[in-house]
Design a protein around this ligand. Structure first.
Ligand code: ADP
Ligand code: MG
Length: 592
């Protein structure tokens, strides 16, 4: 075949292939245009899954009659004039491609009235040919009507899914954009049926209500608020408390300067922040807004503009990671609110609590295997008395957040009394977390102190496992594990962390070696070491059915209060729950 220049219409259709994949892409482009035009109200009507009709009407700035035809030409935009503008884009659109692309694969009508005009105008595009502009009545704003999508591109049409699925895609698209524009009233209808309706929101409470409309109310109820400034960016929004992790990564919304993103870098920064606290294999949920100087971001990196390039990618990763980690590490028992652990109000009080309970800080080395912390406050030294006699409850202002232990249940739970009800603590999970955090602090200071084994133990492993332990021997020494290769399939344990009383060294080393093999490439080493610390903390933690006395239990409670992230164990399970007197009254149908 000879080389030919393609016909104009075909060029448009090829370009449309990049941005207009399905009806939801039409809605996305048109809704972005309405938002760029400063609309306060956006009404969307669809029919036949958006293939038959997508109509979007806004009350934005409108388009002047003499620019109407121009809006439909390729590379025509009012949002850029020169290359400098491209380097600091503040609008959602800038490529001038959406309207001509959509027009080339549908029958489109554009009606608009600019703010300064007395009357509106309309223009129609059918299969690429544009009619003359004619006067039409329309309030200030714009209506774009797109019918028979892909009628002239049968191949595309074949790739569309069922009507229901396409409607789902449209709704998800609108929701994603609606979260970024809380002040705009957004409505979606299919015939007479209302699919979505977001009232304009201005207060935080109203914004949270809008988020709840998208995510379901539980997310907001379990969310922690973030609002952090770094030299590079401002980050704010909502992240789920670690015990609310999801089995799917389906509740993850990130916005950069108001633009929805699917960005791997930011996703990875958030995942890293949850590394220590989320149950393995669960996914965090979040709605996060990042604002930064547009000059530091290249948004011209993806046809649908879902990805961007950062000038300082490392700085963005670090900033997001630190901000999220900070709010997550504040999940420790604080003054109990009726909502229970992990709640915003509790977090706010956390700083005060640390000061209020210097005792908690002084019991730094809770060691459940040696002498018990003596100076922990004790309700009653005789556990039986605690059960038989009414407990002398301290005045409210003096009770620490997790209260005082009353008893141990089935060798698993600690039952503690607080002025507002009772607290149940999972002993093993709590001890595991406090030990782990303590070892991490030691590691941050240099190395975890170790202690020689009285009798060095030789552990049998596979050759690959032994190789992995030998390869990372130096790093393992930094977390208190001194090992020496003693044969092709064995290593000798010379020293173990001083803080721990490790048993079953075989099982422990096998787990650590396997994990090193799985993710022990050098850059993931930090994560692997954290995991190894977690494994050791877990092996060390008090096992179920170990009888604790009251001072031991209280020592653990005080230790939890002094430990960051202690609302969850290393695996992301909660370490404690609170039952208020109200909850108890409800159980017993009191006061009905
Ligand atoms: P872009 O958004 O990249 O500029 P589009 O093809 O989406 O390109 O739109 C072309 C131009 O048409 C825009 O720059 C804008 O001036 C105008 N326009 C499109 N939709 C609207 C709208 N809803 N309200 C006001 N102006 C609009
Ligand atoms: Mg646009």
């Amino acid at each position: 075949m000879p080389i030919r220049v393609l016909p104009e219409q075909l060029i448009h259709q090829i370009a449309a292939g990049e941005v207009i994949e399905r009806p939801a892409s039409v809605i996305k482009e048109l809704m972005e245009n309405s938002l760029d035009a400063g609309a306060r109200r956006i009404e969307i009507d669809i029919a036949q899954g958006g293939v038959g009709l997508c109509r979007i009407r806004d009350d934005g700035s409108g388009i002047a009659a003499d620019e109407l035809a121009l809006a439909l030409s390729r590379h025509a935009t009012s949002k850029l004039t020169c290359i400098e503008d491209l380097e600091r884009v503040g609008t959602l659109g800038f490529r001038g491609e959406a309207l001509p692309s959509i027009a080339s694969v549908s029958r489109m009508q554009l009606i608009s009235r600019a703010r300064s005009a007395d009357v509106g105008a309309k223009v129609t595009a059918d299969n690429g040919s544009v009619t003359d502009v004619a006067p039409a009545s329309h309030p200030t704003g714009t209506t774009v009507e797109v019918r028979d999508l892909f009628f002239n591109v049968p191949a595309r049409r074949k790739f569309l899914k069922s009507e229901r699925t396409e409607v789902q895609h449209i709704c998800r698209t609108v929701e994603r954009l609606a979260l970024a524009a809380p002040g705009v009233h957004v409505q979606v209808r299919e015939g007479q049926r209302e699919l979505l309706n977001f009232a304009a929101a201005s207060t935080t409470e109203q914004r949270e209500r809008r988020i709840a409309q998208v995510t379901g109310p539980e997310f907001i109820e379990h969310a922690l608020r973030i609002d952090e400034d770094t030299p590079l960016l401002h980050l704010y929004g909502w992240v789920c408390s670690p015990t609310w992790g999801r089995s799917q990564p389906d509740l993850q919304y990130v916005y950069l300067n108001g633009r929805p993103l699917r960005d791997r870098l930011i996703g990875s920064a958030i995942r890293t922040a949850y590394r220590d606290v989320l149950f393995h294999g669960r996914h965090p949920a979040y709605v996060l807004f990042i604002d930064m100087d547009p000059a530091l971001v290249d948004v011209n990196a993806h046809p649908a503009k879902l990805e961007v390039r950062f000038r300082d990618a490392r700085g963005v990763h670090e900033g997001v990671f630190r901000a999220v980690e900070k709010v997550l590490s504040a999940t420790q028992p604080a003054a109990i609110t009726t909502a229970g652990p992990g709640y915003t109000a509790a977090l706010l009080k956390q700083a005060q609590v640390a000061e209020q309970w210097p005792l908690a800080g002084s019991t730094a080395s809770l060691d459940l295997h040696r002498d018990w912390v003596r100076d922990a406050p004790v309700v009653d030294r005789d556990p039986l008395a605690a059960v038989t006699a009414p407990v002398s409850v301290q005045p409210q202002a003096q009770t620490p957040p997790l209260g005082y232990a009353l008893a141990q249940l089935h060798g698993i739970y600690i039952l503690a009394q607080v002025p507002e009800g009772l607290v149940l603590v999972d002993m093993h999970a709590a001890h595991e977390r406090t030990t782990y955090e303590q070892m991490k602090r030691q590691l941050a200071k240099g190395a975890v102190p170790s202690q020689p084994q009285l009798v060095p133990v030789s552990v049998q492993l596979s050759r690959a496992q032994a190789d992995a332990l030998e390869q990372f021997a130096e790093s393992l020494a930094s977390i208190g594990l001194q090992l020496q290769r003693s044969g092709p399939t064995s290593v000798r344990v010379l020293e173990t962390p001083a803080l721990l009383r490790l048993r079953e060294l075989d099982a422990l080393l096998q787990t650590i070696a396997t994990e090193l093999l799985e993710e022990g490439s050098t850059h993931a080493l930090e994560a692997a070491l954290d995991r190894a610390l977690g494994t050791m903390a877990c092996h060390n933690a008090v096992r179920a059915n170990r009888q604790l006395n009251i001072p031991e239990m209280n020592a653990l409670l005080r230790q939890m209060e002094a430990t960051v992230r202690s609302d969850q164990c290393v695996h992301g399970r909660p370490t404690w729950v609170h039952l208020s007197l109200q909850d108890l009254d409800r159980l017993f149908l009191r006061g009905r």
